[in-house]
Design a protein around this ligand. Structure first.
Ligand SMILES: NC(=O)c1ccc[n+]([C@@H]2O[C@H](COP(=O)([O-])OP(=O)(O)OC[C@H]3O[C@@H](n4cnc5c(N)ncnc54)[C@H](O)[C@@H]3O)[C@@H](O)[C@H]2O)c1
Length: 386
């Protein structure tokens, strides 16, 4: 469905839009409501601009479309492929860096990239962020990199308990490699994909960015806390402009097959029972991937110097409600098999998105029912093509 301009959304008076024309969501993500893909805001003259260090790129490098080349790590998979599509759709050049981590079938990842690969503004380097030479090549192989969106990671809470070292080397060492290269190459902005898991189990909801994050309850969460700390250090030492985005349970087309919504849809279609960990009262702030991609672009386009920002739907759904909703989207009544709670799983996530609204002009647009409809439609297209 084509997205129209819709009614103007209220915008903070201290911000002005860089790109005001309505932009389409990438294919497959037309939202039924108003849709301006690129929020892209910049502080107006009512606030004195932060002084920019001479050693770094300026915002002009990011606002000059012709010169803009964005390095997206983890581009082959779920969030990274959507972000890359959104960048290319609006005219940016994208260099993807991904090692096709065998966490799940790399053939699925290559299929994720089939549309993007046909676009000459997208190129993919197969390389490992743990390898400084591969990272350096990504910065130098094609054009000078003006911005970095660092999404490559070992993701997933439960496997991190089994393989903590893999998580530490990729999410910590790999992040240091990216930060060092970004510093050397004087990129104009560095975006880090962090996670709601940094809030751990003890914080009160909704989670706001100022809450303590020193009690992560899984190795994955601990590596994201470490990644955030490293980003701050590189910002502090080298004045590298940064936005750290904490994503809340992202779902949608191309999501990893091991994530709950994917697994449940698969089991429902196969007529099998759904394993429900706990009594169903745990809750998650399920956030549609197109909303996340729009927030990432808004952060890239901002002139923020250093910020940590939640991106979540701010509308938590209980696990038993989510199972029902997936059942409705698939068209099958779920049969639930209740199991024990899983270690490492937090009881709830719920984003305070006030800062995202204030600094990025970003708000979630997709409801769970809308997003699940797109997700199930995508699954059906994929199985029809297979
Ligand atoms: N999906 C979510 O719900 C969610 C929530 C919070 C945060 N995040 C974060 O967002 C980012 C993207 O998540 P996702 O769900 O798309 O994960 P994903 O696993 O689908 O994508 C990660 C990508 O990184 C690549 N990768 C892994 N190790 C690598 C390495 N050593 N070198 C190069 N590439 C490597 C993988 O091949 C994959 O393409 C991650 O940093 C993740 O921690 C995701």
């Amino acid at each position: 469905m084509p997205c129209g301009p819709g009614p103007a959304r209220p915008r903070e008076p201290t911000f002005r839009a860089l790109f005001t024309a309505p932009r389409p969501e990438p294919s497959g993500f037309a939202h039924p409501g108003p849709c301006v893909y690129t929020v892209a805001v910049e502080a107006s003259s009512t606030q004195p601009p932060e002084p920019k260090p001479a050693s770094h790129g300026t915002d002009e490098r990011l606002t000059d479309r012709e010169a803009r080349t964005i390095l997206v790590t983890g581009a082959a998979e779920f969030i990274g492929s959507h972000v890359s599509e959104a960048l290319v759709a609006r005219g940016d050049t994208v260099i993807g860096l991904d090692n096709f981590d065998p966490y799940y079938d790399p053939a699925i990842k290559r299929r994720n990239l089939s549309d993007l690969s046909a676009d000459d503004r997208f190129s993919l380097l197969e390389g490992d962020i743990r390898d400084p030479a591969a990272v350096e090549e990504a910065f130098t192989a094609a054009r000078p990199v003006t911005g970095v969106i660092h999404l490559a990671a070992r993701a997933g809470v439960r496997p991190s308990i089994e393989r903590p070292l893999d998580y530490a080397t990729t999410n910590v060492d790999g992040t240091v490699n990216l930060l060092e290269a970004a510093r050397r190459h004087e990129v104009a902005r560095f975006i880090f994909g962090s996670s709601s898991s940094v809030y751990g189990a003890a914080n009160t909801v909704p989670f706001s960015e100022d809450q303590r994050i020193d009690r992560p309850i899984s190795p994955y969460a601990a590596t994201k806390v470490a990644g955030e700390a490293l980003c701050y250090t590189w910002h502090h030492l080298h004045a590298l402009p940064m936005v750290l985005l904490r994503f809340f349970t992202v779902y949608g087309p191309r999501q990893r097959p091991d994530l709950a919504i994917s697994k449940f849809a698969h089991l429902l279609e196969a007529g099998e029972p759904i394993p429900q960990f706990g009594d169903g009262s745990s809750s998650r702030d399920y956030t549609y991937v197109a909303d996340i991609a729009r927030g990432v672009l808004a952060a890239l386009d901002s002139n923020l110097d250093f910020e940590i920002i939640n991106l979540g739907s701010s509308s938590p759904i209980r696990l038993d409600e989510m199972i029902e909703a997936v059942g409705q989207a698939v068209g099958v009544e779920p049969v639930v098999n209740v199991l024990d709670n899983q270690p490492g799983d937090v009881p709830r996530t719920y984003a305070d998105v006030g800062r995202a609204k204030r600094l990025l002009g970003w708000e979630p647009r997709w409801t769970l029912a809308e997003g699940l409809r797109e997700f199930v439609a995508w699954r059906r297209r994929m199985s029809a093509e297979a």
